[in-house]
Design a protein around this ligand. Structure first.
Ligand SMILES: [Zn+2]
Length: 477
């Protein structure tokens, strides 16, 4: 009789399958690192051995489409919420909210007003609500009280804190008595030097080499703390950088009277708030003013930018062509490198690489959207995603085959792209989850059929007899 070995093997198969669909706690650790302004092709333009070490032993996405406007705060909030700027509300580094009657200005560091951030819920809060601990080291918004919460651990923003000290904090939090499972680490370069030198400068070589050494240091410290093989490390950035020139400047003073408007955000996307009764005058003066400037009324901003449905987007939006800067006049600060332009431009695109137990090895993917990172993070952390504009399915192939391909959160929601109404969602289906459940069910059924057939055939009445027994009372009635 061969039934017993069959039973055992089927039982084992069913057990293996069911455990394969629950996440191992070791796979639920994530360290997200952003090197501000790291353009996608710096990896090929300059020697970057540590970045390439991560790529060989992990995954790499060649083209990451970030969000418009391609500025620091909007994109960092997208990375941790999966939302377009019009949905998460951090629409620029410099903003004015006419409903709150409040300003948000990066240069003045008055960014700590919770009201600006509460259009969304960043991943660290969702992670904490699920009972985990999070830590942010200088991540934009990571020291702001949002929905009444700070991260479990955080460093108050201070650009003079060294990279090494930031790494030390992250390692301390991952190995503390109440350890984090989510760490976020931010570094200001190569953005600062990219603005200063321009990305085409040969002096960018040493800047990128320094970043590569910093990544090497992080890897070394993770290995030393025995975290390298258990933490899912994701390295990305917010935007790229393009070369500018003093020859390519659009001076607003040539076309507009300063008394007729307030300039909320400057370059390369000028956010213009006309004074009362001056809208038509301002719009018409600027509409055809310069061949390298495209001017939109707020409601006419192209759909693909998802940049119109928010009170913080100003009535007139003037967008410069790549490499052009908008100034009020030439005496204003000028930058040799800039970003903020159309997110379809390759030079605005960031990097994306990852390494860890959940990721495939030596795998290159062609393209993703930066909004897709958020559902990926939720998957890795095993938390339920808030409504977002990304797609987990779009990045699922970055994960290795041993990694469960789906968890219950996939029953949750993805914001319909370009939906007029925040709150209207499409269901993100989970085929692998469905296939897994189906396979598990089939194995269980087959197991019972064989069990019944081989062990107790004599005790199972023939189907015809059963039907006859059921039918009898009816016949008697
Ligand atoms: Zn930036």
């Amino acid at each position: 009789m061969t039934s017993k070995p069959h039973m055992v093997s089927f039982a084992l198969a069913a057990l293996t399958l069911s455990t394969a669909f629950s996440l191992h706690p070791d796979q639920q650790k994530v360290l997200l690192v952003s090197f501000d302004g790291f353009r996608w092709d710096y990896l090929y333009k300059f020697p970057t051995p540590h970045f390439h070490y991560v790529m060989r032993n992990g995954v790499h996405v060649k083209q990451v489409t970030n969000i418009f406007i391609t500025k620091t705060y909007p994109n960092h909030y997208t990375l941790v919420t999966g939302l377009f700027a019009e949905n998460h509300g951090i629409v620029a580094n410099d903003m004015f909210d006419p409903i709150l009657n409040k300003s948000f200005a990066l240069d003045h560091m008055n960014i700590y007003d919770s009201d600006f951030w509460e259009g969304a819920t960043p991943i660290w809060i969702t992670n904490q609500r699920a009972g985990h601990a999070s830590g942010t080291a200088m991540w934009p918004g990571g020291d702001v009280k949002i929905h009444k919460s700070f991260p479990t651990y955080y460093l108050a923003y201070n650009e003079s804190v060294s990279f090494e000290d930031r790494v030390a904090k992250i390692i301390e939090w991952f190995t503390s008595k109440d350890p984090i499972n989510l760490g976020l680490l931010y570094w200001e370069d190569p953005d600062d030097m990219g603005h200063h030198l321009g990305p085409d400068s040969p002096l960018m070589g040493p800047v990128i080499s320094d970043i590569d050494k910093k990544l090497g240091y992080l890897i070394q410290m993770l290995k030393k703390a025995k975290l390298w093989t258990v933490v899912n490390l994701i390295i990305t950035s917010d935007h790229g950088m393009t070369q500018c020139s003093e020859e390519r400047v659009i001076e607003l003073d040539k076309y507009l009277n300063r008394d007729h408007y307030t300039l909320i955000d400057q370059s390369p996307v000028a956010a213009i708030l006309p004074r009362e009764g001056k809208f038509n005058e301002v719009y018409e003066a600027l509409a055809d003013a310069h061949p390298n400037l495209t001017v939109y009324k707020q409601e006419e901003v192209p759909e693909r930018w998802h940049y119109k449905r928010n009170d913080r987007i100003q009535p007139v939006i003037a967008v410069a062509d790549e490499g052009w800067n908008i100034l009020q006049n030439k005496s204003d600060d000028f930058l040799l490198g800039n970003h903020g332009y159309d997110n379809a431009l390759a030079e605005m695109h960031p990097i994306f690489l990852a390494h860890g137990p959940a990721f495939r090895k030596n795998f290159t993917k062609e393209a993703m959207n930066s909004t897709d990172l958020y559902p990926l993070l939720c998957h890795l952390l095993n938390v339920t995603a808030m409504p977002h504009n990304g797609s987990f399915r779009n990045v699922q192939d970055l994960l290795n085959s041993a990694t469960p391909k789906a968890i219950p959160y996939t029953q949750s929601t993805t914001l319909l792209l370009g939906s007029d109404i925040p709150g209207v969602y499409e269901q993100e289906e989970s085929y692998p989850y469905f296939i897994g459940v189906s396979l598990g069910s089939i194995i269980v059924i087959v197991f019972f059929v064989i069990f019944i057939k081989h062990l107790i055939p004599s005790q199972v009445p023939a189907l015809q007899d059963m039907q006859a027994e059921i039918a009898q009372p009816l016949l008697q009635a």
